[in-house]
Design a protein around this ligand. Structure first.
Ligand SMILES: CC(C)(COP(=O)(O)OP(=O)(O)OC[C@H]1O[C@@H](n2cnc3c(N)ncnc32)[C@H](O)[C@@H]1OP(=O)(O)O)[C@@H](O)C(=O)NCCC(=O)NCCS
Length: 183
């Protein structure tokens, strides 16, 4: 399979490819999660509507170029976060990213979303491993790959990060990998 499905159903949530109609809901999700996102995520930098518009617009074009497959995490139609598969960690690999609205944490939804991305990622042609990267100080983020059986592969200083660190970040990057079970 060249691309994942545009909708990935899960038990409690649905992953749905970002669409322009999501910009309002995404703006609200980012705005309402400012304090939660600020330590770790550049979603909290700048005007929320501009950030949301940029995210959706970029996600639409990245999908068409097969560079990344980014989804809204939705519960009963409500946008509660975002996640995606990104072709930026070298041939045979896909990176997974994720975030939740501040008021939707602590229920296993990020873990459930990433579990769906694992299945979708390994179904793509030529994908042999999946990787999750996060700042070493971001313990909530680390718990997601740990719960899903990823192995910690390296700690490294953030390589020539194009942006200043977010306030919670240490500048040390932790990477986790999961090999394709059928490889
Ligand atoms: C990273 C982030 C998505 C993790 O969110 P989270 O709510 O901790 O993760 P989950 O949705 O998987 O929920 C896990 C929690 O729910 C609990 N939980 C409840 N039901 C669960 C279930 N069915 N399955 C798994 N966990 C469950 C877990 O025990 C855990 O709680 P704990 O932290 O008290 O141990 C969130 O902190 C976030 O959005 N951070 C800001 C953005 C960010 O840092 N993104 C990552 C950048 S690399």
């Amino acid at each position: 399979m060249r691309r994942p499905a545009e909708i990935l159903p899960c038990d409690r949530l649905e992953l749905r490819r970002w669409q322009e109609k999501d910009i309002d809901a995404l703006t609200e999700a980012i705005r309402d999660s400012y304090d939660h996102l600020l330590p770790w995520s550049r979603l909290a930098v700048g005007d929320s509507r501009e950030v949301a518009t940029g995210l959706v617009t970029t996600a639409l074009s990245e999908w068409e170029r097969d560079e990344a497959y980014k989804y809204a995490i939705t519960v009963d139609g409500l946008v509660v976060g975002g996640c995606g598969l990104m072709r930026r960690v070298g041939p045979g690999g896909l990176e997974i990213g994720y975030w939740l609205r501040g008021d939707w944490t602590g229920r296993g939804l990020a873990t459930e979303a990433v579990a769906a991305l694992i299945t979708a990622g390994f179904a793509l042609d030529g994908v042999r491993w999946l990787e999750i990267r996060h700042d070493a100080a971001n313990l909530a983020s680390a718990a997601v790959p740990r719960r899903l059986g990823f192995e910690e592969v390296k700690l490294q200083t953030a390589p020539d990060a194009p942006y200043p660190l977010m306030p919670g970040e240490s500048g040390v990057v932790m990477a986790w990998r999961k090999a394709c079970p059928s490889a």
